[in-house]
Design a protein. Structure first.
Length: 112
């Protein structure tokens, strides 16, 4: 799903290591290929990933292919974006109308 070199692909298999055990803040976009609002949000996720390269991880997890993580996170609608810091969810964003400025502000705060 990730189309930018800075956007990581998270899965059930790598979520624990890449997200929960990360020393950097991690922005996780829970998405699906059939989800139109998710597709509209993709350029925003890519822009944030590029801006925070080396300072935070930004990635996408496909809700259909990674049901274990999706269920653990209690995802009820797509897209849902989680901001993790040291393995804990510190902020959640719902829906495709999430603005880049909101994500940048949350990541900047988490990276302090």
């Amino acid at each position: 799903m990730a189309s930018s070199p800075h956007v990581q692909t998270f899965t059930d298999a790598n979520f624990e290591q890449e997200v929960m055990k990360s020393d950097l803040p991690v922005l996780v976009d829970v998405s699906a290929t059939w989800c139109t609002p998710c597709q509209f949000l993709a350029p925003t996720i890519e822009a944030v990933a590029s801006e925070f390269a080396g300072k935070a991880k930004v990635g996408v997890i496909d809700a259909d292919e990674n049901r274990n993580v999706t269920m653990q996170l209690g995802v009820m609608s797509l897209p849902t974006i989680f901001l993790f810091n040291k393995g804990t969810v510190v902020k959640t964003f719902f829906g495709g109308q999430t603005r880049k400025e909101e994500l940048v502000a949350a990541l900047t705060e988490a990276a302090r």
